[in-house]
Design a binder for this molecule. Structure first.
Ligand code: SAT
Ligand code: MN
Length: 600
């Protein structure tokens, strides 16, 4: 079938296990894409949109029971439970394989089994890696065309003995003879998204949606790749990558990790408010970084498309995303307008008077359910983004000058602080949190820790992953990026956001840029370097002195109150927590105590 013996053997093995009616080796061609969309249209799950509104675009409605990633059914199957760590669901690899082999037996009867060779990253890049997904879903094939690089070039790159990650997927709904089955087949009662980090394999059963089914994304590019990166001395991160250019035409690349609902895609496509500055997009979700010969970390976006949350995306919040969506898109679980286009909450200020909602029912603004599912998605090629950086497909990657970590914190955490070392930056990354409740200033809301925004995406023990970060910092001759902790979500005593956010975040990026260039001032504080009042560009911003003070305040008492919370958070990881992080915590605590005495 292919020149690759191991791949051929795997295809044969899966064919005899799953018993499909036919096997199709995917070539990634436009004809193949049209074939998939035609078959999805024929079964009624996809609907072509009005070509005058949205050329070559489709609306897909999933089963209402299959609308998002399911973390409770996501498993890390390492030999030892401790290697999965307390934040992952662990399963014994042999037991999981046995159970899944039972489920996969005959699961593709009546269906075509697609073999999808794909590259995460530009084909031929030394930072890229190859996977092969076997799936019985044409929706997955079409989506993989957009989200990854699929086809012949990948097989050529694999040659006869290249490495690949086998990614096995089935919607888990075989067809009886003559039966056409459900429009959106799935099997939510038997859902498994299983990862085998030691053998670098993924087995996913029962869902056709997003990260459960497009196995190149979170399953491979984060969970399996994080384990590969640990073994091979690189970083696989849940980060955007942007290119920032100043008015003189100097540019730098910045990566950033943010938990969901913190505006990561908006930041990746930001339109700066400050004159002369520009942001271009390299990636919006995932970042792979390897050391170059010069000791710098070079990054690629392993993906080729955006699988973005539609609701909340509009011309006011993200004009670049909106323009990316002009055509050639798959929309899943958004609402349909009367003229054959799409709509979702946040696309426009006022909703159309009539829609068909994501479930296929009539909808008006008086309806008490949303028109689009909150996790409705667009799938679109990154190349269509008007802000895409020319070098986004550079084989050697782009050198990263700074790494941002951010959460959603109403209190305690200032607008920006710079870590004084890689170890301190790793410490900041490990304690990233978002507040569940909108806490009043001074009080700490209930914190959901999401270290490095990797909580559901780390393929091994989170604390071992922190140790890997520490180890990366000790790489000989490394020229490491500076690390920043940012918070766009600080609130005042009345519970109002203090910082305007969106395009104004460019002001913080400007300071970071100038710090990397060795030109901007900072004050040393117990929590690292903060901008001096003059160093941060507030020109033309309507902020009171009080607001600026709140944004740049080092909240000694607030931070002191966090020390025991961090300590007990670390304790759940037992002895796996790197001593370097306890050391950072201890020293932070000492600096805060000393500052508290000085203030008193
Ligand atoms: O569904 S995905 O995992 O691809 C996207 C997400 O949940 O972040
Ligand atoms: Mn993500």
């Amino acid at each position: 079938m292919t020149p690759h013996q191991r791949l051929n053997r795997w295809i044969e093995e899966i064919t005899s296990l799953c018993e499909p009616d036919a096997v199709q080796l995917c070539d990634g061609s436009p004809e193949e894409y049209q074939q998939m969309m035609a078959s999805l249209t024929a079964t009624g799950v996809a609907k072509p949109l009005n070509p005058e509104k949205r050329p070559n675009s489709f609306l897909v409605r999933s089963d209402p029971a299959d609308v998002a990633r399911v973390e409770s059914r996501t498993f890390i199957c390492s030999d030892n439970e401790q290697d999965a760590g307390p934040t992952n669901h662990w399963a014994d690899p042999n037991e999981m394989k046995a159970k899944l082999t039972g489920l996969f037996k005959g699961c593709m009867r009546g269906r075509t089994m697609y073999v999808i060779p794909f590259s995460m990253g530009p084909v031929g890049s030394p930072i890229a890696h190859i996977g092969v997904e076997i799936s019985d879903s044409p929706y997955v094939v079409a989506s993989m065309h957009i989200m990854t690089r699929v086809g012949r070039a990948v097989l050529e790159e694999l040659g006869t003995d290249g490495d690949f990650v086998p990614c096995l997927h089935s919607v888990g709904q075989p067809l009886q003879s003559g039966d056409t089955g459900a429009a959106w087949p799935c099997n939510p009662d038997n859902l498994y998204i299983a990862h085998f980090p030691a053998s670098r394999e993924i087995w996913s059963f029962g869902s056709g949606y997003g990260g459960n089914a497009l196995l190149g994304k979170k399953c491979f590019a984060l969970r399996i790749a994080s384990a590969m990166a640990r073994d091979e001395g690189w970083l696989a991160e849940h980060m955007l990558i942007l290119k920032l250019t100043n008015p003189d035409g100097e540019y730098r690349y910045i990566a950033g990790a943010f938990p969901s609902a913190c505006g990561k895609t908006n930041l990746a496509m930001l339109v700066p408010t400050i004159p002369g500055w520009s942001v271009e997009t390299v990636g919006d979700d995932i970042c792979w970084m390897k050391f170059g010969d010069d000791g710098q970390l070079y990054a690629i976006n392993p993906e080729a498309g955006f699988f973005g949350v539609a609701p909340g995306t509009g011309m006011d919040t993200n004009p670049n995303a909106m323009q990316t969506l002009d055509g050639n898109c798959i929309f899943t679980n958004v609402a349909e307008t009367d003229d054959g286009d799409v709509w979702w909450e946040g696309m426009t200020d006022t909703a159309p008077a009539h829609l068909i909602d994501w479930r296929g029912n009539d909808w008006t603004p008086d309806s008490d359910t949303p028109a689009a599912h909150p996790n409705a998605r667009f799938t679109v090629s990154a190349a269509q983004c008007p802000a895409i950086a020319d070098e986004w497909e550079d084989l050697k990657g782009v050198p990263i000058s700074a790494i941002l970590f951010g959460g959603r914190r109403a209190s305690v955490v200032p607008l920006v602080n710079e870590a004084t070392s890689w170890e301190q930056g790793t410490f900041f990354g490990s304690i990233v949190a978002s507040e569940k409740t909108a806490a009043a200033a001074g009080a700490i809301g209930e914190l959901r820790r999401d270290p490095m925004a990797m909580l559901p995406f780390c393929g091994y023990n989170m604390a071992d992953y922190w140790q890997h970060w520490i180890n990366i910092g000790q790489t000989a001759n490394a020229k490491l990026p500076k690390i920043y902790y940012v918070n766009w979500f600080r609130k005042d005593l009345e519970g109002q956001f203090v910082w305007p956010g969106f395009g104004e975040n460019a002001r913080v990026l400007e300071w970071i840029f100038e710090r990397c260039a060795g030109r901007a001032d900072a004050v040393e504080t117990p929590i690292g370097h903060l901008p001096t009042l003059d160093a941060l560009n507030f020109d033309g911003l309507d902020l009171t002195e009080d607001a600026i003070a709140t944004l740049l305040r080092v909240d000694i008492q607030g931070w002191l109150a966090e020390i025991p919370l961090i300590e007990s958070y670390y304790q759940q990881f037992g002895t796996n927590v790197p001593p370097a992080l306890f050391d950072q915590l201890q020293r932070l605590s000492e600096r805060l105590e000393a500052a508290a005495v000085n203030v008193a």
